[in-house]
Design a protein around this ligand. Structure first.
Ligand SMILES: [Zn+2]
Length: 58
C-alpha cells in the first residue's frame, strides 16, 4: 500500500487516511492540514488531491 501523494510505503495501515479508496499517509495528512492557501505547496497538494479529497468532502 502506498500513499498517493508521496508514494511512500505505509507500514501501519491503521494510521492511513482513506479517501475514496486512496490512501494518504499521516505525514501528508498533517501537511495538508497545516497548509495555507497561499503556501507554495498548496497547489501541489490540491492538484494531487482534488479528484479524491475535495470530492470526498463534498
Ligand atoms: Zn504521503
Amino acid at each position: 500500500m502506498q500513499c498517493i501523494l508521496c508514494q511512500c510505503d505505509m507500514v501501519n495501515d491503521e494510521q492511513a487516511l482513506l479517501v475514496k479508496g486512496h490512501h494518504i499517509c499521516t505525514s501528508c495528512e498533517a501537511r495538508i492540514v497545516r497548509l495555507h492557501t497561499d503556501a507554495p505547496e498548496y497547489d501541489h497538494y490540491k492538484n494531487g488531491l482534488k479528484k479524491v479529497w475535495w470530492c470526498a468532502k463534498a
